[in-house]
Write a protein that binds this ligand. Structure first.
Ligand code: F6P
Length: 351
């Protein structure tokens, strides 16, 4: 029997629907799960392999058959689906990237694309799908949930910008990678008495920039969440530093603020201090995941399987106050988070 609530003939606009919330539903009346799919979607993040491994191992241990979907939602609607065994995920825990590969699927942002994906889940007899990715991926998962396919989302993005969770898998590794690169840039900035302007990723969020800026002792940290005055917060800070004897300067720019090249040019023009821009770019997305990312990914994967076993579908797995838990997908997606102003103030007190 099809789990789908709609087909081509009566498919409404998915934006007007709400996914079923299983919180108060009697579990005896809910169809159990036997076969699940797992995919990674959006920008890759270190720890995604650990997530897949956990879903596969805990899933098989729970009695499920687990299927890997390659290339995210793109591979789902194209039917790139095959069974994964416990052995298939050996030697993946410590590897960066995602062995299932990932994509940003335009088709899946349309209701017809979502229906195609759901239909392909039926072709492969998948009762539920576990999706690892960021907010765009969660929207794809929610669309499937809204037309009747049970889903579980696991936050995987270096940006840490998902409102409902304190932590997203990949964030710690990306920050450590950026920190190590900036330490190296500091050496050369110091030798040449230069200002090094470093652009870090984060899309519209400044979490990476703020913490990496604190960890590398940056003079200025520019993030989209906090308005800044270029003369006061950048030029004056650098000149005050020079007047106190500083010989090199680190400026961290979150990509959501603007371009490191433009900022470096303006600093050089206004201070006369030689300035060089560096865009760390995709370097921050690669590499072997840190302990933090491996353990969080593994425990979130296990928690996803617990939700499926307990017939609590359409959940996002989150970390709250140091504990791994879950939240309804509709509720979780709508939550926002921002950087507290005092965190910025504290960073300034260290410069
Ligand atoms: O969301 C992760 C992220 O790395 C962002 O920090 C960045 O803005 C974006 O993805 C880059 O995307 P792409 O890999 O498509 O260039």
């Amino acid at each position: 029997m099809s789990r789908l609530l709609y087909d081509e003939s009566n498919l409404p606009d998915i934006d007007t629907l709400v996914a079923k919330n299983y919180d108060n539903v009697n579990p005896d009346e809910v169809q159990p799960i036997r076969k699940i799919g797992v995919l990674t979607s959006g920008g890759d993040a270190p720890g995604m392999n650990a997530t897949i491994r956990a879903v596969v191992r805990a899933g098989i241990n729970a009695g499920f058959e687990v299927y890997g979907v390659t290339r995210g939602f793109h591979g789902l609607w194209k039917g790139e689906i095959s069974q994964i065994t416990v052995r298939d995920v050996s030697e993946t825990l410590q590897r960066g990237g995602t062995f299932l590969m990932t994509a940003r699927s335009k088709t899946f942002t349309t209701k017809e694309g979502v229906l195609k994906g759901a239909r392909m889940m039926e072709v492969y007899d998948l009762d539920a799908l576990v999706v690892s990715g960021g907010d765009g991926s969660f929207k794809g998962a929610r669309a499937l949930a809204r037309i009747g396919m049970p889903v579980i989302g696991i936050p995987g993005t270096i940006d840490n910008d998902i409102g409902c969770t304190d932590y997203t898998i990949g964030y710690d590794t990306a920050m450590n990678t950026a920190m190590e690169a900036i330490d190296k840039l500091r050496d050369t900035a110091s030798s040449h008495e230069r200002c090094s302007v470093i652009e870090v990723m984060g899309r519209r969020a400044g979490y990476i920039a703020l913490n990496v800026g604190i960890a590398t002792g940056a003079e200025c940290i520019l993030i989209p969440e906090i308005e800044y005055d270029f003369n006061r917060d950048v030029i004056r800070t650098i000149l005050d530093g020079r007047n106190k004897g500083k010989r090199h300067y680190i400026v961290i720019v979150a990509e959501g603020v603007g371009s490191a090249s433009d900022i470096a040019k303006k600093i050089e023009e206004q201070t006369g201090i030689e300035s060089r821009p560096t865009i760390l770019g995709h370097l921050q997305r690669g590499g072997s995941p840190t302990l933090r990312d491996r353990t969080t990914a593994s425990l979130m994967g296990v928690h996803a399987i617990d939700c499926l076993l307990e017939k609590r579908y359409n959940r996002l797995i989150i970390e709250k106050d140091g504990k791994i838990t879950d939240i309804d997908i509709e509720e979780g997606i709508n939550m926002k988070k921002t950087i507290p102003a005092e965190d910025i103030e504290n960073a300034k007190r260290l410069s």
